[in-house]
Ligand binder design. Structure first.
Ligand SMILES: [Zn+2]
Length: 421
């Protein structure tokens, strides 16, 4: 058999009917191996893109956007042999990161859980638990804290935005987190930071809390987030259905700026499907409309993601020019990285999305910067680098949040030096 034919044969072997859900309705990942694959040639890239956007049982944890990047792929035991043959045939360099993904998922959360109704940061919480905590905090801090809905999701959930304001006339900081459903660490750290802004007595935190208004959307993709709790821990997209076979659009490829200009897929089964048109996702249009309504006062826009430990500034799309204030963006980002490292010795790399991560278009920060006119816009990719990926053990929530808060303090500090805030 020729190599091309053999490849097609092996690809067909992977096209087994999706073993949708186990008896309890939860997708399990028993004995799924997670491989890191280095993409070194165009041929390897094309093959991986084809695999990623086809309905099969593989779970790509990264989109194969370009040559000279690595992607992590979860491979079910039934596909392991076929995948090894494909890896070998196409001379792909791979590393096995774990041989049982379900074990990593099982160990993510503490054995002893808090009682119902109690909130904290030793564990991950559901959308309802987060929303209830917010409502409690709003009651308790009613003079400075307000909560609103910026609109409803596709499945009719509220998208809550919290506004913290100690005095009128403040410049504002806007944070959206957890737009990718499985990135639980992002809403966990952001709620911890909100709590610090309200309760900390440290002068630097008090300064930040009282001299800036904070708009926080802690869960920017509530449908996907809920689904990642109830059904599939690795769910990333929205839950809208644009195709008979597959659900969801990648909301962070759906913003209306340079839409579909690199690092996206036009295939609905892909995890980076950019949607049928910009802002096809109501969650994205809700965020865009709300940001536009407050943008005049917003000096800093932050998009919180995981993982990889990166601080990314505009732009991410193909062959993008440098932002007009690229040097300032880099200087401020590097200051954040230096200060974050001092907290728990975790390195964060700084650069544009396309330089440091990979090409990606239709993303929130690029939109906020170019369309929203917010001159400082960063994506944070939180912990970790390789060990746990998206399934970060809950005991890392507080340390990760501590270093993120330090990053916020540093950004504001350096932005003031440069005259942005
Ligand atoms: Zn993300």
């Amino acid at each position: 058999m020729g190599r091309a034919i053999l490849t097609i044969f092996l690809l067909t072997c992977l096209l087994i009917v999706w073993n949708v859900e186990a008896a309890n309705g939860k997708q399990r990942y028993d004995n799924y191996g997670v491989y890191r694959i280095d993409i070194e040639t165009q041929e390897q890239l094309a093959l991986l893109q084809q695999l990623e956007s086809t309905r099969n049982e593989l779970r790509f944890l990264d989109y194969p956007a370009q040559v000279n990047m690595s992607v992590e792929v979860a491979v079910p035991p039934t596909n392991a042999k076929t995948m090894m043959e494909l890896f070998n045939m196409h001379k792909m360099h791979t590393t096995l990161l774990t041989s049982n993904l379900q074990k990593v998922i099982d160990e993510e959360r503490p054995v002893r859980r808090k009682k119902q109704g109690e909130f904290g940061w030793e564990d991950y919480y559901t959308l309802n638990e987060i929303y209830e905590w917010i409502d409690t905090m709003v009651q308790q801090y009613s003079t400075v804290l307000t909560v609103n809905s910026i609109g409803r999701t596709y499945e009719n959930r509220d998208m809550k935005v919290i506004k913290l304001s100690y005095k009128s006339g403040n410049q504002a900081i806007f944070i959206e987190a957890n737009i990718h459903a499985r990135e639980w660490i992002t809403s966990a750290t952001v709620t911890w930071i909100l709590n610090e802004l309200l309760t900390s007595e440290e002068p630097r935190v008090r300064y930040l809390a009282e001299n800036y208004d904070w708009y926080i959307v802690p869960v920017s993709n509530p449908d996907g987030f809920e689904y990642s709790h109830t059904t599939d821990r690795l769910w990333r997209k929205t839950r809208n259905q644009h195709n008979l076979l597959c659900y969801g659009t990648d909301p962070n490829r759906n913003f209306n700026f340079q839409w579909n200009n690199g690092g996206t897929s036009t295939t609905p089964c892909s995890d980076t499907y950019s949607g049928p048109e910009p802002e096809s996702e109501v969650e994205v249009s809700n965020i865009s409309n709300y940001v536009k309504s407050v943008a005049a006062g917003v000096k800093l826009f932050l998009s919180i993601h995981s993982r990889g430990q990166l601080i990314l500034c505009p732009f991410g799309y193909s062959n993008a020019p440098r932002a007009h204030n690229y040097r300032d963006l880099m200087q401020i980002g590097q200051r954040a990285s230096v200060d974050m490292y001092k907290v728990h010795n975790k390195p964060y790399r700084v650069g544009t999305t396309s330089d440091v991560l990979y090409v990606a278009s239709g993303i929130a920060v690029d939109w906020a910067f170019a369309v929203g006119g917010i001159q400082l816009a960063y994506t944070f990719e939180l912990r970790d680098q390789v060990e746990f990926g998206f399934i970060l053990p809950a005991e890392q929530i507080v340390p990760n949040a501590q270093e993120l808060l330090e990053g916020f303090i540093a950004i504001v500090d350096e932005a003031k030096v440069l005259g942005y805030m």
